[in-house]
Design a protein around this ligand. Structure first.
Ligand code: PNS
Length: 165
């Protein structure tokens, strides 16, 4: 039984995230998608961790081996608790690499049994991020091509309401 974790902020989930989750679910027996805290993004969240997990659940209900959770603390410790053999992260352009490489090294230091596996983002998602989606939406743009349809309206509602304040 090969369990992996797809961790992230997911504020909110994008087509890029969903693609990585779907491809992970084909490669591994069980995928635990986990909303975790990224201290470098504090104060910029639009959705609570539980709301983010609920959005992810709605987009992944067709994937039988995918579970969605929220977790605190260190990813390396959490992976041990889950019995996960690896962390899976999507890798976009070169700009992601330095940060992700550092995270992978730290996680390996903290949990020597934990591997980090990078899945290359599809070229159509190379430019995509949750913050770009939020910005487009705040400025009245159409995010239909960037987020799963099942959650688009909820994202638009939340972000446009926030932008009116
Ligand atoms: O989607 P993101 O923001 O790139 O995800 C980053 C995340 C949440 C996976 C990362 O910040 C994380 O692992 N947070 C948990 C705390 C931790 O273990 N940090 C790494 C060791 S310094």
């Amino acid at each position: 039984m090969r369990t992996v974790i797809c961790p992230g902020s997911f504020d909110p989930i994008t087509n890029g995230h969903l693609d990585i989750i779907e491809r992970s679910s084909l490669l591994f027996d069980k995928v635990i998608v986990t909303v975790m805290f990224n201290p470098s993004k504090k104060n910029s969240f639009c959705f609570s961790p539980e709301e983010r997990a609920a959005l992810i659940k709605r987009c992944t209900s067709h994937l039988e081996n995918v579970e969605v959770r929220v977790a605190d603390g260190l990813l390396a410790e959490y992976a041990k608790e889950c019995g996960a053999v690896a962390v899976v992260k999507g890798l976009r352009a070169l700009s992601d690499f330095e940060y992700e490489f550092q995270q992978a090294q730290l996680n390996k230091k903290l949990n020597g049994d934990l591997e980090t596996i990078f899945i290359n983002t599809r070229s159509e998602n190379m430019y995509l991020s949750s913050s770009v989606v939020k910005q487009i939406c705040e400025l009245g743009g159409d995010i239909s091509d960037f987020v799963p349809e099942a959650v688009r309206d909820d994202i638009v509602k939340r972000i446009t309401r926030g932008a009116e304040k």
